[in-house]
Design a protein around this ligand. Sequence first.
Ligand code: SF4
Length: 392
Amino acid sequence: MTPTHREAQVLEPQTRDIKAFSEDQVEERPHQEGVPESPDAVMVSLAGAMALGIEKGKFAREEIVLRGLNVLMTYKENCSANCSYCGMSRERRIPREQTTFIRVKWPVVDLDEVIDRTNQVPHHMRRVCVGMLANHRSFNDSLQVIREFRERTDLLISGLITASLIRSREQLQMIKDAGADRVDIAIDAATEELFEKHRGRPVKGPHRWDHFWWVTEEATKVFEPGTVGIHLVVGLGETEKELLEACHRAQEMGVVTHLFSFNPEPSTLLGDWPQPPLGQYRRCQLGRYLINEMGRDFHRFRFNRAGQVVDFGVAPEELDAVIDSGLPFMTSGCPDEHGATACNRPYGNGRPSEPMRNFPFIPTPKDIEEIRMQLWSDWEGEDDAHDQSALG
Ligand code: SF4
């Protein structure tokens, strides 16, 4: 079959070669001396900084209530990894004060100030996510930051692990002992080939696919069932089938998946790549929800030649009810003490002016109407769709 224009659009990122970037296109960003570093300081997400009164601004929709605080370690040399899509990457050609992550500003704030404000400013946040960078100091520093939050606030704590820093199960136990009740591993790329391309040797990065899955499995032996998660980014060149297969692999291990939509960061290696079509993202959200939250069997899904979902393997009326609930399209993130999503990341996937990809609240009936229009908007049709069982 000759690929259609749309098919070419969907598959185009897979055909681009990261190795095509020449040496003079990438250079280490200037290190900054005399700036605050972890564990004394952390980077705070823009939404968290707004909720704590550190940054001014208001959320684009009145329904948005921030339920989780996201902080990241910070170093003068930034991250020593070089993931092609990431604002923290080593070779991104901008100085640290202009650094963005998932396209928004993350101000560097003294940890004491973050904790004091968490205790003094009225807010609705129930959990803090403490994220590592690939920096040799980051493991110990994140333990220190987790301990500070445990001892000085009443927030639940998640550890966002950089798997390349973990060499033993004991290190995962140390994260738990420090005070985290959950951990997430940002695997990000859905297949080994894409992981290598975007995070491994071709971009001079330290990360290895097998190691990330090994750390994920080890984490399930340390943390309670259902408290380990992975992150996957939609739009790094994978098909929907590959993305949902990775969700299925995690689910088989008792691990939930949190989805992000690729969002190009200027001056990164993927700075000019397009976001995935909304239809692709919606189908991945719906598939993930069915697999993770409803225990549906990935092997009953059917896909077309472009790897797009053709059939989720559930009755039409049931699928309608799931879509109408709006729940699949909400941010999937670590929960509060009642099981509701705490990490709702309002700016996690796009700008306030763009259509919302992960809803930080239950979508309204009008939102559902739009979601329904988006859901199949870029769909190629059924062609000779096959189910998973037929593939063995
Ligand atoms: S390891 Fe994480 S923070 Fe560092 S460049 Fe890769 S994705 Fe970004």
